[in-house]
Design a protein around this ligand. Structure first.
Ligand code: SF4
Length: 591
């Protein structure tokens, strides 16, 4: 029998993306944390567990030695929704195979990869189940497989799911592993699980393969947050769930008390957290139980950090597609859910007039904070809309109906944080596997045209409404350079991509003020902008300044005050609100 205390284990994270679980940097999924915890619970020493990401292996070839020499190699990965990623590149099937070939010890593969492997992580594709040359593939929970495998002396395991007691223990025990993540501690966000499974059965979705929802009690999640905080984590997303509003209830109806306990408890054990966001909310829960839902949404908005998004899976506004794919919410219901979230949580920090219970469906609608007097921060919580194409029954009108829905939201003056349109990936075990990607392939051109219309007609003006010029985005992490600009994002759920003029040092974090809008990204300048040091590009980027005034501002430096700069560049009679972007730093401070 192998003594677990003598075992060395290497965990390789190839990243995951599931309908209700994200783990591409800067996110770390629950899989490596729970697997590390399960190994420790089985008797493996924490010091004998090494954690690498696939990007780490690519960047540091010496890390392959840990793959080679470990007694047990655990690979975690799998993408069951299509996506493009900025923060990391998910493992390719060939790389995963190479990991299996390199491992000299026992090799175990698990995570959503068990649902299937596609040639590419993009819409309009089909997948097949593959073992990619690993000794063992976990067809149940990989963390349970890791635990049982160690217990059996690396002989084998029965495929099973873990229970709530186990996840509570493993989540806490495995929190230490985040310290090995290349993004730790400052640019790392931990995905938190509150439940798995779903009460509904949409044809394309892998989440029902986890069964009906089972919830982790608040104390289990809170203890995990406390453990992660002790290991330096300051950013969290409650993203591993199909519907945050259903948390702690009967599986469908909201339970505001459970939400209060969860969010309040997290704030208590991690008082200095910097990000607390969520991911999924089912619009049908909002409209079926409006009063409990309103209370739940208010609780979230009181405890979260600004810029939070509740992703609504409308999936299709076409009743034919809805019926053929067992979708659970109609366009009218989704519209009402959008209104409710706007009313209860669309306020911006500092706008106390709109904070608190909205007047309800019969009274005046308070709506979100908009207009020139609105505070210059992102709203607390806004809905996002997910639309999937290539589903059964899709026709040309489907595209029109989806656009009509989005136009109605815009014309009503409501806010959406983002619209996510994608083509379906067909997975074995889901109903869509019979249809596969054939409809998506047939409609590829239609989809392309429609996507452009959504970007131009909806995304761009909506973004301007959500983040008007002057909106301050604190702590933008600078990630890469392109075309003479620096690009960065805040940590959080669906963060805005921010382009800043000039090439700034990467890896740093700065506050930014929005000056312009693309379809899904914004241009910003460092906030506040020091008029005695700003570049021509930065000054010109401020709306209304233009090249000549920017030149005047540069030539007449230094200034003693913003007003002095204002006068020198003859901007007293323009609409440029320079004061809301700019500052003057003394020469001493700049040095
Ligand atoms: S509501 Fe539908 S799309 Fe959303 S998690 Fe459940 S089954 Fe999946």
């Amino acid at each position: 029998m192998i003594d677990p205390e003598t075992l060395s284990v290497t965990i390789v994270d190839g990243y995951v993306d599931e309908p209700a679980h994200f783990g591409v940097p800067p996110y770390v999924s629950t899989y490596p944390r729970y697997t590390a915890g399960a190994l420790v619970d089985a008797g493996v020493r924490p010091e004998a567990i090494t954690y690498h990401t696939i990007d780490g292996l690519r960047d540091e070839p010496s890390q392959w030695q840990d793959v080679d020499e470990a007694d047990l190699l655990v690979y975690l990965g799998g993408m069951t929704v299509p996506g493009k990623y900025v923060g990391g590149t998910p493992a390719e099937p060939d790389e995963v195979r190479e990991i299996a070939w390199t491992a000299n010890g026992t090799s175990l593969m698990g995570g959503p990869v068990r649902f299937g492997v596609g040639e590419a992580n993009e819409g309009g594709t089909e997948t097949t189940r593959q073992d990619l040359d690993f000794d063992f593939v976990a067809k149940g929970d990989v963390e349970a497989a890791a635990f049982d495998l160690v217990e059996s002396g690396l002989e084998g395991f029965g495929d099973r799911m873990r229970d709530v007691e186990e996840v509570t223990r493993w989540a806490e025990l495995g929190a230490f592993v985040v310290e090995d993540h290349p993004n730790h501690p400052d640019y790392l966000i931990c995905e938190l699980e509150t439940s798995r499974g779903c009460a509904y059965r949409c044809s394309f979705c892998t989440e029902p393969l986890y069964g009906s929802p089972s919830f982790r009690p608040p104390e289990s999640v809170i203890a995990e947050v406390e453990a992660l905080s002790e290991h330096g984590v300051r950013h969290f997303r409650i993203g591993r769930q199909a519907d945050i509003l259903a948390y702690g209830g009967d599986g469908e109806a909201p339970n505001p008390d459970a939400l209060r306990e969860l969010y309040g408890g997290i704030r208590e054990v991690a008082p200095d957290l910097q990000t607390l966001h969520l991911d999924n909310m089912n619009p049908i829960t909002v409209v079926k139980w409006p009063e409990q839902a309103r209370e739940g949404i208010r609780i979230i908005a009181e405890h979260n950090t600004p810029g939070d998004t509740a992703a609504f899976g409308l999936e299709s506004a076409d009743p034919v597609v809805q019926a053929e794919n067992d979708l659970n919410v109609s366009a009218e219901e989704c519209l009402e859910a959008v209104r409710i979230v706007n009313e209860e949580a669309g306020w911006r920090p500092g706008d106390d007039s709109r904070r608190g219970p909205a007047a309800g469906p019969d009274g005046p609608r308070l709506g979100p904070s908009v207009g020139p007097d609105a505070p210059r921060r992102l709203p607390k919580l806004l809905p996002g809309i997910n639309l999937v194409h290539g589903l059964k029954g899709e026709r040309e009108e489907t595209y029109e109906l989806n656009l009509e829905f989005l136009r109605t939201v815009y014309d009503e003056g409501l806010l959406l944080r983002r619209v996510n349109v994608r083509q379906v990936m067909a997975f074995a075990g889901t109903e869509m596997s019979e249809t596969g990607a054939s409809i998506a392939k047939d409609h590829k051109r239609l989809f392309k045209r429609y996507k452009r219309t959504v970007r131009e007609e909806i995304d761009n003006p909506m973004l301007e409404r959500v983040a008007p010029p002057g909106t301050v985005l604190p702590d933008v992490h600078l990630e890469y350079h392109r075309d003479g600009k620096t690009f960065g994002r805040q940590l959080g759920t669906y963060p805005l991509l921010v382009a800043i003029p000039g090439e700034r040092e990467l890896g740093r974090t700065i506050d930014v003020a929005v000056v312009d809008h693309g379809y899904r990204s914004v241009t910003g300048v460092p906030y506040p902008l020091d008029l005695n040091a700003a570049t021509m590009d930065e000054l010109q980027a401020i709306p209304g300044i233009g090249r000549k005034r920017a030149g005047d501002l540069v030539v007449n430096r230094p200034y003693g005050s913003v007003d002095e700069a204002f006068a020198d560049a003859s901007m007293t009679d323009t609409d440029v609100d320079l004061a809301s972007f700019a500052t003057i730093r003394s020469l001493e401070r700049r040095r």
